[in-house]
Design a protein around this ligand. Structure first.
Ligand SMILES: [Ca+2]
Length: 210
């Protein structure tokens, strides 16, 4: 291959990489959770040190968990070996209140304003839960009110993954994606303990809006 061709390919690859849209750590495999740490959640040992590698931010009651452990006790990860979880609390049973403690979020980067993107992921109710949980999804940019992409949609499975997706119109190169967890109906377990697992967030290539 001629040198000029190699340089052209390298330049094109660099340009593509610079524009590539991304949900960083969408499979929650970073950082790898090793003993003595069981899970990564705010206030737990190792959480603050792990924040940069996680890319996501988690409210209290949310975080990253290995498969087959605690919140994911009876579930293999949908992708890789780790998942995210959000556990509701008693306040989230009030439909008028969405406490920040039930939220996880990330800055989605590399977007082109005016193009449409699809965000897809997999979610599962905790296998041992008996109540009914729900998920809301919002996306926003600085000075732009968060746009609801999904509002209190009930989680349809327990202990099994279901595939979900939403489309949004990019308003800026970086937008904040927030996932909010609700308890619609408390189960027979400890009040407010209902949890939902998430894995494998991905984003499509941008398409021109109609
Ligand atoms: Ca994973």
């Amino acid at each position: 291959m001629k040198t000029a061709t190699r340089i052209l390919i390298a330049l094109l690859a660099a340009k593509f990489a610079a524009n590539a849209q991304e949900v960083a750590n969408g499979s929650f495999e970073q950082p790898e959770i090793k003993a003595p740490v069981e899970i990564l959640t705010p206030g737990q040992p190792g959480y603050a040190e792990a924040e940069a590698a996680m890319h996501w931010s988690f409210g209290a009651g949310a975080g990253i968990c290995p498969e087959r452990v605690l919140y994911a006790e009876q579930v293999a990860a949908a992708d890789g070996h780790q998942v995210a979880f959000i556990q509701g609390n008693i306040d989230s049973r009030n439909p008028e209140v969405d406490p920040p403690s039930c939220i996880m979020g990330i800055d989605v980067t590399g977007l082109e304003a005016g193009k449409e993107y699809e965000i897809s992921w997999q979610q599962a109710g905790r296998a041992t839960d008996t109540g009914q949980t729900a998920v809301s999804v919002h996306i926003g940019a600085v000075a732009v009110p968060p746009l609801p992409l999904m509002t209190k949609e009930p989680v349809g499975t327990r202990g099994e993954w279901e595939s979900k997706s939403v489309w949004f119109l990019a308003a800026a190169p970086t937008m904040r994606l927030n996932i909010t967890h609700h308890i619609l109906e408390a189960g027979s377990s400890t009040v407010g303990s209902e949890s939902t697992l998430f894995d494998n967030f991905k984003i499509s290539a941008g398409r021109s809006a109609n």
